[in-house]
Ligand binder design. Structure first.
Ligand code: PMP
Length: 366
């Protein structure tokens, strides 16, 4: 299936000089390219409350404010989902992204949980191709830089009743990105959230919906107040099983070659990076276990030397060693950042930036 997109070019895009100045030091999430993709969805008149409807008015248009009713359902009930992936410029100038089909599938998994319509994979891929080809001058080429793509979908209907929206908007915006935690790779410090959980069983933890992130902000403030970079969420109903960070999955490297990451129990987000790290670790002959690992096992494993490294992974920061874990007054020092973490990080980065061998067919040309 191909979608015909109407093209409405930006009348006054940033000049080359202005753009180059931004690309010299893009930060993360501060600057946006000249265009965005928009597609609207309307439920069929006879759709009896289900997802029967159609996508229409696919277009590329100038990046800019969205007009919507103050009664738009998303503003009240948070019926919204999103994705995040990066486009990398390879040495020959071509632009590629990494496993976008996995993001398309996850968007649709989130859509089902939030009672939003699914978007056909080909339409998702075409929306990325179109935005990146239109704004390709915005894809940076510096070390550690990429163009971050943010597809999202929200309830745009003006209606205050609580039911799935009959009108939905899908958009893609793009933002040039440097190194997520800034500068060179240094281990991140983590605050254990004891007052707040991120997700509950049967909740929305496995979906990438805005509400999950809104709920993570108060614990994030606590982390910052204690001088920590990120929050670790636990599942208090399962002996404080380790879940994930606010925006990254977690891995433990054991001295005997085992690698453990929390299993997908429905309360954590399945990261594309997580899935890729599992495969790359298996390729190295490591024994990867997706299972429950509790905070006690973390503490005791580090104390006994059985756990040698702990790292977090996600699209934004790729792979980052975890340095210290602050659990109230208790501090767990993780070894973080030695061989396995840095080796897998290097392999993944080389792959994404076109300097490695794409033996799994993960690269996708935009
Ligand atoms: N967990 C959460 C809660 C996240 O927001 C993210 C970022 N999308 C991840 C894990 C990592 O996912 P990915 O590797 O697909 O970026």
């Amino acid at each position: 299936m191909t979608t015909d997109f109407a093209v409405h070019p930006h009348p006054a895009p940033l000049s080359d000089a202005e753009r180059e100045q931004i690309l010299a030091d893009p930060g993360f999430g501060d600057h946006f390219t000249d265009h965005m993709v928009s597609i609207d969805w309307t439920r069929d008149a006879d759709g009896a409350g289900g997802a029967g409807g159609s996508w229409h008015e696919a277009r590329i248009e100038p990046f800019g404010p969205i007009q919507m009713s103050p009664a738009a359902a998303v503003l009240h009930y948070a019926q919204e989902i999103f994705e995040g992936l990066k486009a990398y410029r390879h040495e020959d100038g071509s632009v590629w992204t990494f496993r976008p089909q996995a993001n398309a599938a996850r968007l649709n998994q989130s859509a089902r949980r939030l009672a939003l319509p699914e978007l056909p994979e080909e339409m998702f891929l075409e929306s990325l191709r179109l935005l990146v080809s239109t704004d390709q001058a915005w894809v940076p080429s510096g070390d550690g830089q990429a163009l971050y793509l943010r597809p999202f979908m929200y309830a745009s209907e003006s209606f205050l009743g609580v039911r799935p929206s009959r009108q939905v908007a899908y958009k893609v915006i793009a933002s040039p990105a440097g190194n997520y935690f800034g500068g060179e790779l240094k281990p991140v410090s983590i605050w254990v959230s004891r007052d707040y959980a991120r997700a509950g069983h049967g909740g929305t933890g496995a979906a990438k919906c805005g509400g999950n992130y809104a709920a993570s902000l108060a614990p994030q403030l606590q982390a910052a107040a204690h001088g920590c970079d990120q929050v670790l969420f636990l599942d208090p109903t399962r002996d404080n099983a380790v879940e994930e960070l606010g925006g990254m999955n977690v891995f433990f490297v054991f001295r005997d070659g085992r690698i453990v990451t929390p299993a997908l129990t429905g309360t954590i987000l399945e990261g594309v990076t997580r899935r890729s790290v599992i495969r790359l670790a298996q390729d190295r002959g490591l024994d990867v276990q997706e299972r429950t690992i509790t905070l006690d096992e973390w503490r005791e494993g580090v104390a006994s030397g059985e756990i040698t490294e702990v790292f977090a992974c996600g699209t934004a920061a790729v792979i980052t060693p975890i340095g210290r874990l602050f659990d109230g007054e208790d501090v767990i020092e993780s070894a973080g950042g030695s061989d396995v973490t840095l080796d897998i990080r290097r392999e993944l980065l080389e792959l994404q930036t076109g300097r490695g061998e794409d033996r799994h067919g993960w690269l996708y040309r935009l």
